[in-house]
Design a binder for this molecule. Structure first.
Ligand code: 5GP
Length: 127
């Protein structure tokens, strides 16, 4: 069920629980600003999620309210994960779903990293 990205941050959301270790995850990388882990239901050979440590509902929330330090730390983390996974040479795709039209299901900003195979068209054309 897509979330409403305009609602306040929910401290009990799934990724908040993964961040604090209450729900286990397969950790890939972490720095002071970000945490990366494998998606539980991978949609490609490589499907990794990168989340900020801060309490941000979506890309919209993060881009409006995060500090410059948080933004740099998070963006660098996404790049680090892609390099560590060997995705740069063959290429990969980043995706952040926002709200209903984006199909966002977890109300804590997450960037999907897809790779390890050709990824096909950018968006599904069916209506
Ligand atoms: P969204 O649709 O919000 O952009 O993406 C949410 C992602 O979280 C989905 O790709 C889904 O497979 C993943 N996910 C849902 N529950 C869990 C979980 O408990 N652990 C992990 N690692 N990923 C999850």
């Amino acid at each position: 069920m897509p979330i409403d990205p305009t609602l306040p941050y929910d401290d009990n959301n799934l990724f908040a629980k993964i961040l604090c270790g209450e729900i286990p995850s397969q950790k890939v990388y972490e720095n002071d600003w970000a945490f990366a882990f494998e998606d539980i239901n991978p949609q490609a050979e490589t499907h990794t999620l990168v989340i900020p440590r801060g309490r941000y509902v979506s890309w919209d929330d993060f881009s409006a309210k995060a500090s410059a330090e948080e933004i740099v730390g998070f963006v660098r983390a996404v790049g680090e994960v892609a390099r560590a996974k060997g995705l740069v040479g063959p290429g990969y795709r980043l995706m952040a779903n926002i709200g209903a039209h984006g199909g966002q299901e977890v109300p804590h900003l997450h960037v999907h990293l897809f790779g390890g195979q050709p990824l096909g068209p950018m968006i599904c054309k069916q209506r």
